[in-house]
Design a protein around this ligand. Structure first.
Ligand code: ADP
Ligand code: MG
Length: 418
């Protein structure tokens, strides 16, 4: 197929036989199922009926935003960003993203490894599942990808050449609008629980808060630190007991590193607050909530340690070359520069994560952890916690110096208040 057409469960099989003739046994009966639970694209699982292990996933962009229908055009080029990012992830650190089998620009198709023994992380977190390897895996992923696409590792020429492949204005615009702008003003697509009307109004008219959010938006729009995933919530991570994969990097571009860490922390906090409604038994709830906060702490501490170790061992980038530190106090100065860099990164993570938390309470998309709470007044309790935590994370982000400062805000804002 050379010209674009939207595939369906029948034509996807024909397409794959032509494009990837080696993948499936020659006469194998193939069945396709469209499983896209996502908001944007169609996703097919195609498998050999006789050997279900022989399977792959085909993702295709439609020329519009799937949730909104044809009234919302969106460039199909998003599959290019997703394919390029997955290929790069696998090159930088093997086994933390699905393997890419094919990228077809004309058809806006990405064919990748089927993660049949993994599940999207969000729902199991609501059922209080624990993933013992997760902090280790995701901190490795973030440290490796963020460091190795930054000016700390790459020359200016290398970095800017790579950055040029990731100029992703249409998908950036979605986050600029829906993470940093529209939720905090009147806009027709916004949705919120009517029981938190007062809190939503308060957010929209709090100048200190709005200055702080605008500062994070400026960072998102102008800080080209590294290749970020830019939608790293718990629905973009597939996990099992022993393995972790990052999926769906169609929003990826060169932006602030703190956005990815922040989105992840924010979604773990949203899960944390959701258990005030989901988990009635106090002891069970507290145990799991403690697990979530420890997870945030572990992710940060392991990330910081791995990121710094990479930097010390590979200070090959444009920003602060090794020769720059060749003076008597240079070693100590470089060490405290690294420290400061990581502190800024933690503060950015709090600020960006806060915007992610707040927008999920009053913008175009919520999270299932919270939307699945059917009792609106119970849901409001949870949402008020998230709004208070998010507001403090962003307004206070410049004064947070350790991950425990972020965690303390979560505990302070949810202690004895439900
Ligand atoms: P969208 O960009 O439309 O949000 P996603 O990339 O999030 O699409 O994929 C939608 C869903 O398809 C995921 O939530 C997951 O359930 C499933 N999925 C995506 N990629 C894979 C994969 N490689 N293996 C198995 N399931 C997958
Ligand atoms: Mg998705």
């Amino acid at each position: 197929m050379t010209t674009y057409e939207a595939l369906n469960e029948r034509t996807v099989v024909v397409y794959l036989r032509e494009q990837l003739p080696e993948f499936f046994d020659a006469n194998a009966p193939l069945i396709a199922r469209e499983i896209g639970d996502g908001n944007l694209n169609q996703v097919f699982i195609v498998r050999n009926e006789r050997d279900p292990q022989q399977a792959l996933v085909l993702k295709q962009a439609l020329p519009f935003l799937r949730v909104a229908g044809e009234s919302w055009p969106l460039t199909r080029e998003r599959v290019r960003f997703e394919s390029q990012a997955l290929l790069l992830y696998n090159k930088i650190v093997l086994g933390l993203a699905p393997e890419v089998y094919l990228y077809d620009a004309e058809m806006s198709v990405l064919v990748m490894e089927y993660l049949g023994s993994h599940e999207v992380m969000r729902k199991p977190l609501v059922s209080r599942a624990r993933f013992p390897q997760f902090a280790d895996h995701i901190s490795t992923f973030l440290a490796e990808v963020l460091f190795k696409t930054s000016d700390l590792y790459l020359s200016g020429l290398e970095k800017k050449t790579l950055q040029a492949q990731f100029i992703n204005p249409h998908l950036c615009k979605i986050q600029e609008d829906f993470v940093y702008t529209n939720p905090y003003m009147s806009s027709p697509e916004n949705q919120w629980n009517p029981e938190i009307d007062a809190e939503v109004r308060e957010v929209r008219s709090n100048s200190t808060l709005k200055f702080a959010i605008a500062e994070m938006k400026a960072s998102y729009m102008t800080q080209t630190q590294a290749l970020i995933h830019s939608d790293l919530h718990t629905g973009s991570i597939m996990v099992n007991e022993t393995d972790t994969r990052v999926i769906d990097p169609e929003f990826s571009f060169f932006g602030p590193m703190g956005y990815d860490l922040g989105a992840l922390f924010a979604n773990l906090v949203l899960n944390y607050v959701s258990h005030f409604a989901h988990t009635k038994d106090e002891q069970t709830r507290q145990d799991y909530q403690r697990y979530l906060l420890n997870l945030i702490r572990d992710i940060w501490l392991q990330f910081a340690q791995k990121f710094e170790a990479l930097w010390v061992a590979n200070n090959t980038g444009e920003l602060v070359p090794s020769a720059y530190w060749l003076y008597p106090d240079g070693d100590a100065a470089f060490a405290s520069y690294r420290n400061k860099y990581l502190e800024n990164l933690l503060q950015d993570a709090a600020g960006h994560g806060a915007c992610e938390m707040l927008r999920r309470m009053m913008g175009i998309v919520t999270v299932w952890d919270i939307s699945s709470i059917s009792d609106l007044s119970q849901r409001a309790v949870v949402e008020r916690y998230a709004i208070r935590i998010g507001s403090r994370w962003v307004m206070e982000h410049k004064s947070l110096t350790s991950v425990d400062d972020l965690i303390n805000i979560v505990e302070e804002e949810t202690r004895n208040r439900h």
